[in-house]
Ligand binder design. Structure first.
Ligand code: NAD
Length: 401
């Protein structure tokens, strides 16, 4: 076995201390493929399943591809439903009406009242409307706000959700819901809110403006990054997360520069699917905690905050999660994970500073206090001074060194 390790080391120019042996295999850190060496098959692995883990991923039925919206009626039928309430934001009423038309008699009504962060009053009104219409399923056409409204209905009624995502936020793949009451957003996990069926039709994303497309893709990449260093991650989710970063980072620049590029739109939606799955399966860390704190306290826009914070949260965890950093950098095709993420945001013409988003500089210390009061579990300890520095770098928009 030592001979095999030496051969692999010299053939692939890999440091020999990056190679180790287990169960008759010669293993190389931070890769995800099999290779052949003259002596035997050598497995090259990422995020090695050397410890124990729980893989608990409730599956949704996924219909993917341009034109798949044509199958919406068939899919509502498959759920055994006959009276769908079709949800959207006011801005996406046109898309919701089109879906209702395709559903014909299966549509009980359209409710275009979704708004960001699901205020409890909106949730209550939507639940009431679902009852009034005697709906037996929710069809949510839109981004995280609309799917979030479907989840608020399902949480109370257990109605099945058919989600038709039109952004890259990934909510359609998670059992996570959020409700905002008296200005405070509370989130939770409940399997009842996980959509039963998801239709990914890239044609519906062609109208997503370039600016929102770029930050939405960065929001999805953030889910992948945190899944790669989550304390409860596992090798399967790591593969999905790395592939999500790969798909989103290659497609997003194309989407932003050519919003009508259907192939790039499909690739980005594929990345969003992987990212949502990763978010649903693994715990969030310092990045998501900071985004929730900043969004709630300073009313900053959701996807833009993710875009600005992600390079700095990644740099914050650099030394504490080296394996994840290697996987992220490799997926981005960059030398350094944090700098690679920052450079991608610049290529997407996305905001890179909290200053641009309108956050007052005097808010940094308040945000750091709030974010360190009840931090999410994170590879590196989330302490006040480190978070002040992170936020200060993010406020100025400096490229992580
Ligand atoms: P969004 O749903 O608020 O949409 C942003 C705007 O873009 C809206 O005006 C919407 O109508 C419009 N839009 C969406 N798709 C469009 C399209 N194809 N064409 C034209 N306009 C379109 O934005 P989002 O970023 O998808 O969702 C953000 C919300 O989702 C936040 O509240 C966030 O907390 C939540 N979220 C939840 C989860 C979860 O797992 N529960 C995951 C991610 C995000």
């Amino acid at each position: 076995m030592a001979r095999a390790a030496n051969e692999v080391s010299s053939q692939l120019s890999i440091e020999s201390n990056d190679i180790f042996e287990r169960n008759g295999y010669c293993l190389i850190k931070s890769r995800a493929q099999y290779i052949q060496n003259p002596a035997q098959v050598v497995r090259i692995a990422i995020n090695m399943p050397t410890g124990s883990f729980v893989y608990d991923q409730p599956a949704s039925r996924v219909i993917f591809g341009a034109g798949s919206l044509n199958r919406v009626a068939e899919e509502v039928n498959k759920l055994g439903a006959t009276r769908a309430i079709v949800l959207s934001t006011p801005e996406q009423l046109g898309q919701a009406s089109d879906v209702a038309q395709r559903l014909g008699a299966l549509a009980a009504g359209v409710y275009p009242e979704a708004v960001m962060h699901v205020p409890i009053e909106t949730a209550r009104a939507a639940r009431e409307e679902a009852r009034r219409l005697q709906a037996d399923c929710c069809v949510a056409v839109g981004g995280g706000s609309t799917i979030g409204l479907g989840k608020a209905i399902a949480l109370e009624s257990s109605l099945p959700i058919l989600a038709i995502p039109t952004t890259y936020a990934g909510s359609e793949m998670t059992p996570i819901y959020g409700l905002t009451e008296a200005g405070v957003k509370k989130t939770g996990r409940d399997r009842r809110v996980l959509p039963k069926t998801v239709i990914y039709d890239p044609e519906l994303t062609l109208t997503l403006p370039a600016g929102i497309s770029g930050t939405s893709a960065m929001n999805a990449i953030a889910h992948c990054v945190e899944a790669l260093y989550a304390y409860d991650g596992n090798p399967i989710i790591s593969l999905m997360a790395a592939e999500g970063i790969r798909a989103l980072s290659r497609s997003a620049p194309l989407v932003v520069n050519e919003p009508g590029n259907l192939a790039a739109r499909a690739d980005a939606l594929y990345g969003a699917w992987l990212a949502g799955t990763a978010l649903g399966a693994a715990a969030m860390g310092v990045h998501h905690k900071l985004c929730h704190t900043l969004g709630g306290t300073f009313n900053l826009p959701h996807a833009e905050v993710h875009t600005v914070i992600l390079p700095h949260a990644t740099a914050f965890n650099r030394d504490a999660a080296p394996e994840a950093m290697r996987a992220i950098a490799e997926a981005l095709g960059a030398r350094d994970a944090a700098a690679g993420i920052y450079d991608l945001a610049v290529r997407l013409h996305a905001p890179v500073s909290l200053r641009e988003l309108g956050m007052p500089q005097t808010g940094i210390e308040q945000a750091a206090r709030l974010a360190t009061q009840a931090p999410y579990r994170n590879p590196r300890e989330v302490e006040y001074d480190g978070i002040v520095k992170l936020l200060s770098n993010a406020w100025h928009g400096v490229r992580p060194a």
